[in-house]
Design a protein. Structure first.
Length: 450
Protein backbone atom coordinates (compact mmCIF):
# COMPACT_ATOMS: atom_id res chain seq x y z
CA UNK A 1 0.00 0.00 0.00
CA UNK A 2 1.48 3.35 -1.09
CA UNK A 3 1.99 6.02 1.57
CA UNK A 4 0.52 9.54 1.29
CA UNK A 5 2.07 12.12 -1.04
CA UNK A 6 4.20 14.69 0.79
CA UNK A 7 4.66 18.33 -0.22
CA UNK A 8 8.07 20.00 -0.01
CA UNK A 9 7.37 21.86 3.24
CA UNK A 10 6.28 18.63 4.94
CA UNK A 11 9.44 16.89 3.74
CA UNK A 12 11.51 19.77 5.12
CA UNK A 13 9.77 19.35 8.48
CA UNK A 14 10.24 15.56 8.43
CA UNK A 15 13.98 15.95 7.78
CA UNK A 16 14.49 19.03 10.01
CA UNK A 17 16.76 17.14 12.43
CA UNK A 18 19.33 16.74 9.63
CA UNK A 19 19.95 20.51 9.70
CA UNK A 20 20.92 20.25 13.36
CA UNK A 21 23.16 17.20 12.75
CA UNK A 22 24.90 19.10 9.94
CA UNK A 23 25.53 22.03 12.29
CA UNK A 24 26.78 19.64 14.98
CA UNK A 25 29.09 17.76 12.60
CA UNK A 26 30.69 20.97 11.33
CA UNK A 27 31.35 22.42 14.77
CA UNK A 28 31.67 19.69 17.41
CA UNK A 29 34.27 17.21 16.15
CA UNK A 30 36.68 19.62 14.40
CA UNK A 31 36.29 22.65 16.70
CA UNK A 32 34.63 22.17 20.11
CA UNK A 33 36.62 19.05 21.00
CA UNK A 34 39.92 20.75 20.21
CA UNK A 35 38.95 23.90 22.15
CA UNK A 36 37.62 21.89 25.11
CA UNK A 37 40.80 19.84 25.28
CA UNK A 38 43.03 22.93 25.23
CA UNK A 39 40.88 24.87 27.74
CA UNK A 40 40.07 22.18 30.32
CA UNK A 41 42.75 19.52 29.86
CA UNK A 42 45.80 21.63 29.03
CA UNK A 43 48.82 19.39 28.43
CA UNK A 44 46.52 16.36 28.26
CA UNK A 45 44.62 17.75 25.25
CA UNK A 46 45.56 14.85 22.97
CA UNK A 47 44.45 12.33 25.64
CA UNK A 48 41.08 14.03 25.95
CA UNK A 49 40.55 14.14 22.18
CA UNK A 50 41.52 10.48 21.91
CA UNK A 51 39.06 9.46 24.65
CA UNK A 52 36.31 11.64 23.16
CA UNK A 53 36.77 10.11 19.71
CA UNK A 54 36.80 6.65 21.28
CA UNK A 55 33.42 7.41 22.89
CA UNK A 56 32.12 8.74 19.57
CA UNK A 57 33.31 5.64 17.73
CA UNK A 58 31.75 3.31 20.30
CA UNK A 59 28.34 5.00 19.99
CA UNK A 60 28.57 4.82 16.18
CA UNK A 61 29.10 1.07 16.41
CA UNK A 62 25.98 0.83 18.61
CA UNK A 63 23.73 2.35 15.90
CA UNK A 64 22.37 -0.98 14.55
CA UNK A 65 21.58 -2.22 18.07
CA UNK A 66 19.83 1.02 19.05
CA UNK A 67 17.85 0.90 15.82
CA UNK A 68 16.93 -2.73 16.52
CA UNK A 69 15.47 -1.71 19.91
CA UNK A 70 13.60 1.21 18.32
CA UNK A 71 11.99 -1.08 15.75
CA UNK A 72 10.76 -3.33 18.55
CA UNK A 73 9.06 -0.37 20.23
CA UNK A 74 7.07 0.68 17.12
CA UNK A 75 5.46 -2.75 16.82
CA UNK A 76 2.81 -1.57 19.26
CA UNK A 77 2.31 1.95 17.88
CA UNK A 78 4.39 3.73 15.25
CA UNK A 79 3.74 7.30 16.36
CA UNK A 80 4.08 6.61 20.09
CA UNK A 81 7.11 4.38 19.64
CA UNK A 82 9.07 6.80 17.44
CA UNK A 83 8.10 9.82 19.57
CA UNK A 84 9.10 8.02 22.76
CA UNK A 85 12.45 7.01 21.31
CA UNK A 86 13.21 10.53 20.06
CA UNK A 87 12.14 11.95 23.43
CA UNK A 88 14.52 9.55 25.21
CA UNK A 89 17.33 10.48 22.82
CA UNK A 90 16.79 14.24 23.23
CA UNK A 91 16.59 13.89 27.03
CA UNK A 92 19.81 11.86 27.19
CA UNK A 93 21.67 14.18 24.82
CA UNK A 94 20.48 17.32 26.63
CA UNK A 95 21.51 15.87 29.99
CA UNK A 96 24.93 15.07 28.55
CA UNK A 97 25.36 18.62 27.20
CA UNK A 98 24.46 20.09 30.61
CA UNK A 99 27.00 17.78 32.26
CA UNK A 100 29.63 19.00 29.78
CA UNK A 101 28.82 22.63 30.65
CA UNK A 102 29.17 21.89 34.37
CA UNK A 103 32.41 19.99 33.80
CA UNK A 104 33.80 22.86 31.72
CA UNK A 105 32.99 25.42 34.41
CA UNK A 106 34.63 23.38 37.21
CA UNK A 107 37.32 21.45 35.27
CA UNK A 108 35.81 18.06 36.15
CA UNK A 109 37.49 15.63 33.78
CA UNK A 110 35.52 12.46 34.56
CA UNK A 111 32.24 14.40 34.52
CA UNK A 112 33.15 15.70 31.07
CA UNK A 113 33.70 12.15 29.77
CA UNK A 114 30.45 10.96 31.38
CA UNK A 115 28.62 13.88 29.78
CA UNK A 116 30.11 13.09 26.38
CA UNK A 117 29.06 9.44 26.66
CA UNK A 118 25.48 10.38 27.62
CA UNK A 119 25.35 13.04 24.89
CA UNK A 120 26.61 10.77 22.11
CA UNK A 121 24.29 7.93 23.18
CA UNK A 122 21.34 10.30 22.93
CA UNK A 123 22.52 11.55 19.53
CA UNK A 124 22.87 7.96 18.30
CA UNK A 125 19.28 7.19 19.34
CA UNK A 126 18.05 10.32 17.57
CA UNK A 127 20.08 9.53 14.45
CA UNK A 128 18.78 5.98 13.94
CA UNK A 129 15.20 7.12 14.60
CA UNK A 130 15.15 10.20 12.37
CA UNK A 131 17.04 8.34 9.61
CA UNK A 132 14.19 5.81 9.52
CA UNK A 133 11.32 8.31 9.24
CA UNK A 134 11.65 9.21 5.55
CA UNK A 135 11.88 5.71 4.03
CA UNK A 136 9.11 4.29 6.22
CA UNK A 137 6.66 7.21 5.83
CA UNK A 138 7.32 8.63 2.34
CA UNK A 139 6.25 6.78 -0.86
CA UNK A 140 9.03 5.33 -3.00
CA UNK A 141 8.09 7.65 -5.87
CA UNK A 142 9.29 10.58 -3.71
CA UNK A 143 12.53 9.01 -2.48
CA UNK A 144 14.72 11.09 -4.81
CA UNK A 145 13.31 14.47 -3.79
CA UNK A 146 13.16 13.43 -0.11
CA UNK A 147 16.81 12.30 -0.18
CA UNK A 148 17.85 15.56 -1.85
CA UNK A 149 15.99 17.66 0.74
CA UNK A 150 17.46 15.57 3.57
CA UNK A 151 21.02 15.91 2.22
CA UNK A 152 20.53 19.64 1.54
CA UNK A 153 19.35 20.19 5.12
CA UNK A 154 22.44 18.44 6.46
CA UNK A 155 24.85 20.33 4.20
CA UNK A 156 23.18 23.71 4.82
CA UNK A 157 23.37 23.03 8.56
CA UNK A 158 27.09 22.39 8.18
CA UNK A 159 27.49 25.53 6.09
CA UNK A 160 25.60 27.58 8.68
CA UNK A 161 27.75 26.16 11.47
CA UNK A 162 30.94 27.03 9.65
CA UNK A 163 29.77 30.59 8.96
CA UNK A 164 28.82 31.04 12.62
CA UNK A 165 32.25 29.82 13.73
CA UNK A 166 33.84 32.56 11.63
CA UNK A 167 31.36 35.24 12.78
CA UNK A 168 31.67 34.37 16.50
CA UNK A 169 35.45 33.90 16.64
CA UNK A 170 35.59 36.51 19.44
CA UNK A 171 33.18 34.55 21.70
CA UNK A 172 34.09 31.77 24.12
CA UNK A 173 33.42 28.42 22.47
CA UNK A 174 30.95 27.31 25.20
CA UNK A 175 28.19 29.30 23.49
CA UNK A 176 27.93 26.32 21.14
CA UNK A 177 26.70 24.06 23.96
CA UNK A 178 23.65 26.30 24.36
CA UNK A 179 23.22 26.38 20.57
CA UNK A 180 23.22 22.56 20.54
CA UNK A 181 20.50 22.43 23.21
CA UNK A 182 18.23 24.83 21.32
CA UNK A 183 19.04 23.42 17.88
CA UNK A 184 18.38 19.82 18.94
CA UNK A 185 14.97 20.69 20.38
CA UNK A 186 13.96 22.80 17.36
CA UNK A 187 15.20 20.11 14.98
CA UNK A 188 13.35 17.27 16.69
CA UNK A 189 9.96 18.96 17.23
CA UNK A 190 8.71 19.19 13.59
CA UNK A 191 9.28 15.50 12.86
CA UNK A 192 7.71 14.49 16.19
CA UNK A 193 4.60 16.54 15.36
CA UNK A 194 4.24 14.72 12.03
CA UNK A 195 4.12 11.33 13.76
CA UNK A 196 0.36 10.89 14.03
CA UNK A 197 -0.44 7.35 12.86
CA UNK A 198 -0.45 4.31 15.13
CA UNK A 199 0.09 2.05 12.12
CA UNK A 200 1.59 2.91 8.73
CA UNK A 201 0.09 1.71 5.43
CA UNK A 202 1.18 -1.87 4.90
CA UNK A 203 2.50 -2.24 8.45
CA UNK A 204 1.49 -5.59 9.90
CA UNK A 205 -0.35 -5.77 13.18
CA UNK A 206 1.76 -6.64 16.20
CA UNK A 207 2.12 -10.35 16.82
CA UNK A 208 3.58 -11.60 20.08
CA UNK A 209 6.85 -13.43 19.38
CA UNK A 210 8.87 -15.65 21.73
CA UNK A 211 11.51 -13.86 23.78
CA UNK A 212 15.05 -14.35 22.55
CA UNK A 213 18.30 -14.39 24.53
CA UNK A 214 19.99 -10.99 24.75
CA UNK A 215 23.09 -12.06 22.80
CA UNK A 216 20.88 -13.48 20.04
CA UNK A 217 19.10 -10.12 19.71
CA UNK A 218 22.43 -8.29 19.63
CA UNK A 219 23.68 -10.64 16.92
CA UNK A 220 20.50 -10.13 14.87
CA UNK A 221 20.94 -6.35 15.02
CA UNK A 222 24.21 -6.69 13.09
CA UNK A 223 23.55 -9.75 10.91
CA UNK A 224 19.97 -9.19 9.77
CA UNK A 225 20.77 -6.13 7.58
CA UNK A 226 23.33 -8.28 5.73
CA UNK A 227 20.64 -10.82 4.85
CA UNK A 228 18.37 -8.45 2.91
CA UNK A 229 18.03 -9.19 -0.79
CA UNK A 230 18.14 -6.44 -3.40
CA UNK A 231 21.66 -5.06 -3.06
CA UNK A 232 21.47 -3.42 0.39
CA UNK A 233 24.55 -5.20 1.85
CA UNK A 234 26.61 -4.19 -1.19
CA UNK A 235 25.27 -0.63 -0.93
CA UNK A 236 26.48 -0.46 2.70
CA UNK A 237 29.91 -1.70 1.57
CA UNK A 238 29.93 0.98 -1.15
CA UNK A 239 29.02 3.67 1.42
CA UNK A 240 31.84 2.42 3.67
CA UNK A 241 34.33 2.59 0.79
CA UNK A 242 33.11 6.07 -0.19
CA UNK A 243 33.66 7.27 3.38
CA UNK A 244 37.21 5.88 3.26
CA UNK A 245 37.93 7.36 -0.17
CA UNK A 246 36.86 10.93 0.63
CA UNK A 247 39.50 11.36 3.36
CA UNK A 248 41.40 14.17 1.53
CA UNK A 249 38.52 16.58 2.20
CA UNK A 250 39.34 16.36 5.93
CA UNK A 251 42.95 17.48 5.39
CA UNK A 252 42.22 20.86 3.76
CA UNK A 253 44.21 22.93 6.26
CA UNK A 254 47.30 20.75 5.79
CA UNK A 255 46.87 20.93 2.00
CA UNK A 256 46.77 24.73 2.15
CA UNK A 257 50.08 24.70 4.02
CA UNK A 258 51.94 21.90 2.22
CA UNK A 259 50.53 22.00 -1.33
CA UNK A 260 49.72 25.70 -1.79
CA UNK A 261 52.87 26.64 0.13
CA UNK A 262 51.18 29.19 2.43
CA UNK A 263 53.15 29.26 5.69
CA UNK A 264 51.56 32.33 7.29
CA UNK A 265 48.97 31.04 9.79
CA UNK A 266 46.51 33.89 9.26
CA UNK A 267 46.55 33.53 5.48
CA UNK A 268 46.37 29.73 5.74
CA UNK A 269 43.29 29.91 7.98
CA UNK A 270 41.64 32.45 5.66
CA UNK A 271 42.13 30.21 2.62
CA UNK A 272 41.05 27.14 4.62
CA UNK A 273 37.83 28.91 5.64
CA UNK A 274 37.15 30.14 2.12
CA UNK A 275 37.78 26.81 0.40
CA UNK A 276 35.70 24.96 3.02
CA UNK A 277 32.81 27.35 2.48
CA UNK A 278 33.12 26.89 -1.28
CA UNK A 279 33.06 23.11 -0.82
CA UNK A 280 29.93 23.24 1.35
CA UNK A 281 28.13 25.71 -0.94
CA UNK A 282 28.88 23.56 -3.98
CA UNK A 283 27.73 20.38 -2.20
CA UNK A 284 24.53 22.02 -0.96
CA UNK A 285 23.79 23.50 -4.40
CA UNK A 286 24.21 20.07 -6.01
CA UNK A 287 21.81 18.55 -3.46
CA UNK A 288 19.24 21.32 -4.04
CA UNK A 289 19.46 20.77 -7.80
CA UNK A 290 18.75 17.10 -7.13
CA UNK A 291 15.67 18.09 -5.15
CA UNK A 292 14.43 20.35 -7.96
CA UNK A 293 15.05 17.61 -10.54
CA UNK A 294 13.12 15.07 -8.46
CA UNK A 295 10.25 17.49 -7.79
CA UNK A 296 9.97 18.35 -11.50
CA UNK A 297 9.50 14.70 -12.54
CA UNK A 298 6.00 13.24 -12.68
CA UNK A 299 5.22 11.00 -9.71
CA UNK A 300 6.65 7.53 -10.20
CA UNK A 301 8.74 8.43 -13.26
CA UNK A 302 12.30 7.13 -13.06
CA UNK A 303 15.21 6.21 -15.30
CA UNK A 304 17.28 3.51 -13.60
CA UNK A 305 20.15 3.58 -16.09
CA UNK A 306 20.44 7.39 -15.98
CA UNK A 307 20.39 7.45 -12.18
CA UNK A 308 22.89 4.60 -11.95
CA UNK A 309 25.44 6.18 -14.25
CA UNK A 310 24.97 9.60 -12.64
CA UNK A 311 25.89 8.11 -9.27
CA UNK A 312 28.85 6.11 -10.63
CA UNK A 313 30.08 9.15 -12.56
CA UNK A 314 30.01 11.46 -9.53
CA UNK A 315 31.76 8.83 -7.38
CA UNK A 316 34.59 8.60 -9.91
CA UNK A 317 34.74 12.41 -10.22
CA UNK A 318 35.22 12.64 -6.43
CA UNK A 319 38.24 10.37 -6.77
CA UNK A 320 39.63 12.32 -9.73
CA UNK A 321 39.22 15.65 -7.90
CA UNK A 322 41.19 14.29 -4.95
CA UNK A 323 43.87 12.86 -7.26
CA UNK A 324 44.41 16.27 -8.88
CA UNK A 325 45.21 18.04 -5.59
CA UNK A 326 48.93 17.10 -5.29
CA UNK A 327 49.52 17.94 -8.98
CA UNK A 328 49.04 21.60 -7.99
CA UNK A 329 52.66 21.52 -6.79
CA UNK A 330 53.77 21.48 -10.45
CA UNK A 331 52.29 24.98 -10.89
CA UNK A 332 54.15 28.17 -9.93
CA UNK A 333 53.65 29.10 -6.27
CA UNK A 334 51.09 31.82 -5.66
CA UNK A 335 47.93 32.72 -7.58
CA UNK A 336 48.01 29.79 -10.02
CA UNK A 337 48.02 27.22 -7.22
CA UNK A 338 45.31 29.02 -5.25
CA UNK A 339 42.94 29.34 -8.21
CA UNK A 340 43.50 25.68 -9.15
CA UNK A 341 42.77 24.52 -5.61
CA UNK A 342 39.57 26.56 -5.44
CA UNK A 343 38.45 25.12 -8.80
CA UNK A 344 39.10 21.57 -7.57
CA UNK A 345 37.20 22.28 -4.33
CA UNK A 346 34.22 23.55 -6.35
CA UNK A 347 34.08 20.36 -8.44
CA UNK A 348 34.85 18.13 -5.44
CA UNK A 349 32.02 19.66 -3.40
CA UNK A 350 29.47 19.36 -6.20
CA UNK A 351 30.34 15.71 -6.86
CA UNK A 352 30.30 14.93 -3.15
CA UNK A 353 26.88 16.57 -2.69
CA UNK A 354 25.38 14.66 -5.63
CA UNK A 355 26.86 11.33 -4.50
CA UNK A 356 25.78 11.88 -0.90
CA UNK A 357 22.22 12.54 -2.05
CA UNK A 358 21.95 9.72 -4.60
CA UNK A 359 23.40 7.12 -2.22
CA UNK A 360 20.52 7.83 0.15
CA UNK A 361 17.53 7.28 -2.11
CA UNK A 362 18.97 4.26 -3.96
CA UNK A 363 19.71 2.62 -0.59
CA UNK A 364 16.10 3.12 0.49
CA UNK A 365 14.82 1.60 -2.74
CA UNK A 366 16.88 -1.56 -2.22
CA UNK A 367 15.03 -2.48 0.96
CA UNK A 368 11.60 -4.17 1.33
CA UNK A 369 8.78 -1.86 2.40
CA UNK A 370 8.16 -3.59 5.78
CA UNK A 371 11.82 -3.83 6.74
CA UNK A 372 13.06 -2.89 10.24
CA UNK A 373 13.97 0.62 9.11
CA UNK A 374 15.78 1.99 12.16
CA UNK A 375 17.97 -1.12 12.37
CA UNK A 376 18.74 -1.03 8.63
CA UNK A 377 19.49 2.70 8.59
CA UNK A 378 21.54 2.38 11.76
CA UNK A 379 23.67 -0.25 10.04
CA UNK A 380 24.03 1.99 6.97
CA UNK A 381 25.06 5.02 9.06
CA UNK A 382 27.51 2.86 11.00
CA UNK A 383 29.12 1.70 7.74
CA UNK A 384 29.44 5.29 6.47
CA UNK A 385 30.88 6.77 9.67
CA UNK A 386 33.21 3.82 10.26
CA UNK A 387 34.50 4.31 6.73
CA UNK A 388 35.15 8.01 7.36
CA UNK A 389 36.97 7.25 10.62
CA UNK A 390 39.09 4.43 9.22
CA UNK A 391 39.90 6.42 6.08
CA UNK A 392 41.08 9.42 8.11
CA UNK A 393 43.19 7.19 10.33
CA UNK A 394 44.92 5.47 7.41
CA UNK A 395 45.37 8.76 5.51
CA UNK A 396 47.01 10.29 8.57
CA UNK A 397 49.34 7.29 8.90
CA UNK A 398 50.34 7.62 5.24
CA UNK A 399 51.22 11.31 5.66
CA UNK A 400 53.25 10.51 8.78
CA UNK A 401 55.55 8.38 6.58
CA UNK A 402 56.52 11.49 4.58
CA UNK A 403 57.29 14.11 7.21
CA UNK A 404 59.44 16.97 5.90
CA UNK A 405 61.14 19.90 7.57
CA UNK A 406 58.12 22.24 7.58
CA UNK A 407 55.24 19.81 7.12
CA UNK A 408 54.48 16.80 4.95
CA UNK A 409 56.24 16.33 1.63
CA UNK A 410 54.12 16.45 -1.57
CA UNK A 411 54.93 12.80 -2.31
CA UNK A 412 52.91 11.90 0.79
CA UNK A 413 49.85 13.55 -0.72
CA UNK A 414 50.41 11.69 -4.01
CA UNK A 415 50.43 8.39 -2.11
CA UNK A 416 47.42 9.35 0.05
CA UNK A 417 45.23 10.57 -2.80
CA UNK A 418 46.34 7.63 -4.97
CA UNK A 419 45.25 5.18 -2.27
CA UNK A 420 41.95 7.04 -1.91
CA UNK A 421 41.51 6.91 -5.69
CA UNK A 422 41.85 3.10 -5.65
CA UNK A 423 39.27 2.90 -2.85
CA UNK A 424 36.92 5.19 -4.81
CA UNK A 425 37.21 2.93 -7.88
CA UNK A 426 36.35 -0.04 -5.67
CA UNK A 427 33.36 1.97 -4.37
CA UNK A 428 32.17 2.64 -7.93
CA UNK A 429 32.49 -1.07 -8.82
CA UNK A 430 30.64 -2.28 -5.71
CA UNK A 431 28.04 0.48 -6.05
CA UNK A 432 27.37 -0.44 -9.68
CA UNK A 433 26.91 -4.10 -8.70
CA UNK A 434 24.52 -3.10 -5.89
CA UNK A 435 22.47 -0.90 -8.23
CA UNK A 436 22.18 -3.65 -10.84
CA UNK A 437 21.07 -6.11 -8.18
CA UNK A 438 18.50 -3.63 -6.89
CA UNK A 439 17.16 -2.97 -10.40
CA UNK A 440 16.86 -6.71 -11.01
CA UNK A 441 14.80 -7.13 -7.81
CA UNK A 442 12.64 -4.14 -8.78
CA UNK A 443 11.98 -5.62 -12.24
CA UNK A 444 10.97 -8.95 -10.72
CA UNK A 445 8.61 -7.22 -8.27
CA UNK A 446 7.08 -5.21 -11.14
CA UNK A 447 6.49 -8.40 -13.13
CA UNK A 448 4.78 -10.05 -10.14
CA UNK A 449 2.50 -7.03 -9.63
CA UNK A 450 1.54 -6.97 -13.33
Amino acid sequence: VESQHWDVLSLLALTSYRFYTGFLSATWLPFVLAKEGAYSWGADQSLFMGLAKLIYGATVLLNPLLGFVGDRVVRYSHCIGRRLYIFCGVTMAASGIVLCLVANAHSLHMTMLAGLLLWRMGEAINDVTTEALVPEMVPESQYQVAAAIKASSFLLGGLGGFILLIATAHLHFTWLYYAYLVGMLLGALPSMLLLTKHRLPGQAAHVQTPRQPFLTSVSMAYTRPLSYAGGFPKACLAVFLFGCGTSPMFFMLLIVRDILGIDDQVQAQQHFAAVSLLFFVSAAAASLLGALDGAARPSGEHDSARGRWTLIGTIICCGLAALLIPFITFLPAGTARIISFYAIALVYGGCFGTTFTRFQDVTWKMLPRNVAWANAMGFNVMARNFGVGLGNFVAGLILELFVGTDGYRPVGYFVMTGACGVVILACAYVGHAALLQGEDMEDKARCIRS
